[in-house]
Design a protein around this ligand. Sequence first.
Ligand SMILES: [Zn+2]
Length: 470
Amino acid sequence: MVLKLFNTLTRKKQPFQPADGKRVRMYVCGPTVYNYIHIGNARTFLTFDVLKRYLRYKGHEVLHVQNITDVGHLTEDDLAEDKLIRKAKEENVSPLQIAGHYTEAYFRDIERLRIERAAVNPKATEHIDGMVRAIEELIRRGHAYEVNGSVYFDVGSYPEYGKLSRLPQEQLLAGARVEAREEKRAPMDFALWKRAEAGHAMRWPSPWGEGYPGWHIECSVMSAQYLGVPFDLHGGGKDLIFPHHENEIAQAEGQFGKEFARFWLHSEFLLVNGEKMSKSKGNFFTAKEVMDRFTPEATRFFLISAHYRTELNLTDEGLAAARNTVERLQEFIVRLRSVKGTKQGSEMMKLIASAEKGFAEEMDDDLNISAALSHVFDFMREANALIQAGEVSEEDASAVLDFLKRLDSVLCVMRFESEQLPAELQALIDEREASRKRKDFSAADQLREELRKRGIILDDTPQGPRWKRG
Ligand SMILES: [Zn+2]
């Protein structure tokens, strides 16, 4: 089966294959490290983690590059100060200390979310030379010009400008005015290099004097350096389509004279309690805050459980339901491990084959994960009924566990390492079971209560007692 992905560039679902038939070269815009990642960022990064894992599930290799923006990300309303420098002033430390601190925090957060790190995490501040060379090339090719120590991209020199966002001219203009400076030749031109005003904290030498790069040039330069052009897949949040990705395309195609990236994928916004997240509305949450309240697995499951191109509304109820689902999956794993039956010829193998087919078919349809998951939950219900009826052999159960492991190579919300209880607690469980068998129910109840006080909840099943942490 062929994976189809919705390409923002063509506005169509298209069959996806890596250009070289084997290894997918993928670039995702990473965090600007001036603060903790918020829960909306987490959704975007998870979208591409699921995509990457599913590409592997289908047998592809993936080379994933994701940048760390540690310079040059302008605030919306200010020309001279970027987010990192502003935060450094607020906290009275250097911009590089801010970047270092929040880069570490970013890696910690994604590790808890079980997002696999990219193969390469290039930092903008370590690639200034490459950016300067790219800008020189753009000037040489007539796509950029220098004014007073700053360099701008000449949008008029690139007729295809706007092909990704497809915005009407007025909106392209409105977006461009954000950084309008008198010295630009045309309002839509955008900065590739900015001269550093006196006192600007982050600055590098260049052929145009001391300055710093624009945000867009970071991504086109670093993606091309590590992946070559054209590469297979460029991703990010929907808010990056314009101007960031539009400008990346103009720069890279201007610089190389050929296509930049074959597929463009964008994840939709995350709403919180029905509204766009904002600090002033009090519905702004970092990924860490949500994970601390609802567990990392529940947070991950909630954020990946809706299709990446639909708006998702984060609520406490939704997160609690996700936590329940993750627990049910975990209980299912425990139950499968306790199956000891020997009966042959059950329906289980057929159920597995049909669920796996359903899962893959839906994921192949532009990662339709909610439909894919419904196959998994139908399967779980039917498998549980078979276990209940004593129709499942130990061999079947282990085939189900293997199937769950394959699924979880994409979903990453289950735990398969079985926890060993300390011997002392296991002895209490065994002793209680012995009391129960000789019908000494008061002793059994006392032991159950003792275990409960130590945080172990027992559940008696036809296969024997099962424990979980309470
Ligand atoms: Zn980017």
